[in-house]
Write a protein that binds this ligand. Structure first.
Ligand code: GDP
Ligand code: IMO
Ligand code: MG
Length: 433
């Protein structure tokens, strides 16, 4: 019963969508488990680009069952727009299955995400403004509205009314906004119910049955380890748990269901939104990485902050997720670089730190300790095997592997599905080879 989890090891946008799409060709099911439409997963297939926010990246394969698990928060308007767009491009979306336990992003969650960010001013988190934090907060407060509530209009209305009773007070009295009408919310949301009714089910049961039949299930992570609510750079994080254990909760499977845990990492680091980022580059090199790597947010279009590769973060991610292998993406972005830097440790007040410091104030002030490596100054985007890569490129990959203590099984050399190299030396991700 092979279950394979694909986890972001940085601050998101590591290429999870592309790697999921690559591996999905050989699996039976692809499950999204956490986050919502704050995620933006880009797939490039046969020259066509797909930007998926809620739909699992396996949707493009006709034999894969795509599943949205209970841990995902769903804005039904965005989901339906996405399904319509895929449908208009000839993708069969009828196989999608949606957990009845998943929480709904409601119009008031979107409103609160906007106004609270505005009120934070300079201290704002730089959220995607998709209502993610307020939706998970209501889930924890036990006043959330779930997908299954769409199928009991009376209960749905009661829940929305209860939620809006105090929220409208806060919206109008604290934030000076107009109140949100219960009837309008109910009319809009109950209107979505019929369109997805055939897709809603007990997805935990579905996934566990697939595993019991010995089918291969891919768990597609969203966001990244450093954005994790518990283990990330709090408060500059998202409101869910993108780490491997969050996958279990968000899909409704036990930890033994994860036979392989693949950490997705870029050959450098990016971050959107606010928060500490030790290797961030503020110079031309940072701009060049962003320009060559097209580092603009899929969801918000914001310019991503760019920096050198950070092995301290990867080791941290390896420990938190029990990584069994690494998929290293975007190596091609460095093709024109003469020299590369890898951050191997941090320094703080004269002390060397080999681990991510637990204290956030320290994390804000650490200085990276770099190791320089030669570039390869050759276009590698057409390479078809790992052995074909220039020696300097292989040395870079192997140094990362050594620093992380986890084998690199996959190397990305371009955005296309085929621009991916498998490494035989690291006999990983074996079940889908
Ligand atoms: P995700 O959120 O982790 O799925 O990542 P995004 O899709 O937000 O961002 C990754 C970007 O890098 C997308 O535009 C991908 O098409 C692109 N990409 C993924 N792998 C590679 C690679 O190996 N090389 C290059 N040049 N681009 C890649
Ligand atoms: P994928 O799945 C990159 C970031 C936001 C912000 C913080 C909180 O594409 O890798 P939120 O809207 O979640 O409350 O914002 O988290 N963030 C992401 N950054 N990739 C993502 O998803 C992200 N999802 C959230 O930019 O800093
Ligand atoms: Mg993304």
């Amino acid at each position: 019963m092979p279950g394979i989890a694909l986890i972001g090891t940085q601050w998101g946008d590591e290429g999870k969508g592309k790697i999921t799409d690559l591996l999905a060709g050989d699996v039976d099911m692809v499950v999204r488990c956490t986050g919502g439409d704050n995620a933006g997963h880009t797939l490039v297939v046969g020259g066509e680009t797909y930007k998926l926010r809620l739909t699992p990246s396996g949707i493009l394969y006709p034999d894969v069952t795509p599943v949205i698990g209970n841990g995902v928060v769903i804005n039904p308007r965005v989901l339906l727009e996405e399904l319509d767009s895929l449908d208009s491009r000839g993708v069969d979306v009828s196989r999608l299955r949606i957990s009845g336990n998943a929480h709904l992003v409601m119009p008031y969650h979107l409103e609160f995400d906007k106004v609270t960010e505005r009120f934070l001013g300079k201290r704002q988190l730089g959220t995607t403004k998709k209502g993610i934090g307020p939706t998970y907060a209501d889930k924890a407060m036990r006043v959330g509205v779930r997908v299954q509530d769409l199928y009991d209009p009376k209960i749905f209305g009661q829940k929305v009314e209860a939620a809006l009773r105090d929220k409208n007070q806060i919206l109008t009295r604290v934030y000076g906004r107009l109140p949100i009408e219960v009837d309008e919310v109910c009319e809009e949301y109950l209107g979505y119910a019929d369109r997805i009714v055939e897709m809603v089910c007990d997805t935990s049961l579905l996934v566990n049955e697939a595993l019991r039949r010995d089918e291969t299930v891919l768990f597609e992570g969203a966001q990244g380890t450093l954005l994790d609510l518990d283990h990330g750079t709090y408060p500059y994080v998202t409101s869910s748990n993108p780490v491997a254990t969050g996958i279990c909760t968000g899909a409704g499977v036990g930890p033994k269901a994860l036979d392989e845990i693949v950490g997705i990492t870029k050959a450098y680091v990016t971050r959107v939104g606010t928060g500490p980022f030790p290797t961030e580059l503020f110079d031309e090199t940072g701009d060049e990485i962003g320009r060559i790597g097209h580092e603009f947010g899929t969801v918000t279009g914001r310019k991503r902050r760019c920096g050198w590769f950070d092995a301290v973060l990867l080791r941290y991610a390896s420990r938190l997720n029990s990584l069994t292998s690494i998929a290293l993406t975007k190596l091609d972005v460095f093709s024109s670089f003469e020299k590369l830097q890898i951050c191997v440790a941090y320094e703080h007040q004269g002390e060397r730190l080999d681990e991510v410091p637990f204290h956030q104030s320290v994390m804000h002030h650490v200085v990276p300790v770099y190791e320089e490596m030669p570039g390869w100054r050759t276009d590698i985007s057409e390479a078809t095997s790992y052995a074909e890569l220039p020696a300097e490129a292989r040395a870079y990959v192997e140094r990362i592997e050594q620093l992380a203590g986890v084998p690199v099984g996959i190397v990305g050399v371009g955005p296309g599905r085929r621009q991916t190299l498998r490494r035989e030396a690291a006999a990983t991700v074996g079940v889908v080879q």
